[in-house]
Design a binder for this molecule. Sequence first.
Ligand code: MN
Length: 477
Amino acid sequence: MSDWNMTIGIECHVQLATKTKLFSPADNDARGREPNSVVHAIDYGLPGMLPLLNREAITLSIRAAKALNAEIEEISRFDRKHYFYPDLPMGYQITQMYHPTIGAGSVTVPLLDGNSIKVRIHHAHLESDAGKQTHYADHTLVDLNRAGTPLIEIVSEPDMHSAEEARAYCSELHRLMTYAGVTHGDLYHGNMRFDVNISVARAGSEKLGTRAEIKNLNSFRSVEKAAEYEFKRQVELLERGEKIIQETRGWNDATQKTSSQRSKEDAQDYRYMPDADIPPVVITREEIDAVQADMGMLPGEYRDAFSNLKIDSSVVNTLLANQSHAELVYRVMNDSAEHAERAANWFASVFKSADEEGVDTSGERLPSKEDLVELSRMTANSEISSTSAKEIFLALVAGEVSPRDIAQSRNLIQISDESSIAAVVDEVLADEASQKSIADIKAGNDKAIGYLVGQVMKKSGGKANPSLAQKLIRERL
Ligand code: MN
């Protein structure tokens, strides 16, 4: 396997968070709605209907362009991409082939080991989504609620060379697009979908191999797993002397395998042509400046700000998975780096798996900055243990307030008063059962102190400050 290199390019469809669809006044949020109830005559492609461009989609594209470090075309246009499918009533998709709104750009992608790679963006174009088909044993149902939903498709250059890099890129795109306010980023509802192009070639070879495209992946994990699988599959075929077919493949989450869907069409098969119903989109420098001046901090700016904190890069990545978490810790940091470090670690430990699964945590309650600082202070003063601090943090996220009240009501305040712990320590040291450990410690086996600290904790009902207990035991021996 080490004789082979993998090359990966990714196309990502991002569902824009506009109020209405790209060319019709129908609601853009169809979650929980009856099938075919959020559809306008334009989305049905009824004769005589004229699409009218939703300017909000252009505003969001301007925001996306900033997040992608990309140029914006002063004049862009829409084209028709023809194909026949039951979920495409017009018989063509309205998209941008020749003059996309967003030009070339680049994304700096942090990796788990603390390094980063640069992935160039070829361009990003605006387009409308198709409807959805659900297949049953003997029939298929078509739901057009999603038809006409605005998307931007972000097309990367083939700048990734491992499954891990592909995953990291997708997850950084998710951060960029949610921070920029371009999308709600709800992966479960398909707000971002990844098409992953993969080829392999002999190490050292200048030429890229024939690629296969894995369509419609909707989680970071499946991007990574599909790339791993596809690398193995292609290498095995090539080593047997067989050829890779250029084709579209699907990913099966249950079997963790890709399988062939159809051979890949070329652009000419779609008979692209300018859409005569839609005037060119003109974007002025003034509009770009006004929209982009209004944007908040992007993930890279938070990373720079957090780089002075003593926290792991994986903690930073998890923290940044949710913009409101990053923003809150940033505000805490303006008070004190130490409080911010604790808060960052709490967020990372509680939300790590949600980040890995791409679960939308934006609906979670956010602790107040004051409560976070108070919790950090109580930990620093050893009023509570670090385990209790995490328990209280969870309570705050679940909607409770005031760390001190929570600690008191759950009986989590530690005894940090020396004289009361000293009394317990003396009691433990006098105990018959402790004598062996005492002898062991005196003989140089320092680990034996663990038993004595444990006894102090037990006798104090778990409320003694363990480091203080240990200090008092040492003083006495
Ligand atoms: Mn597309």
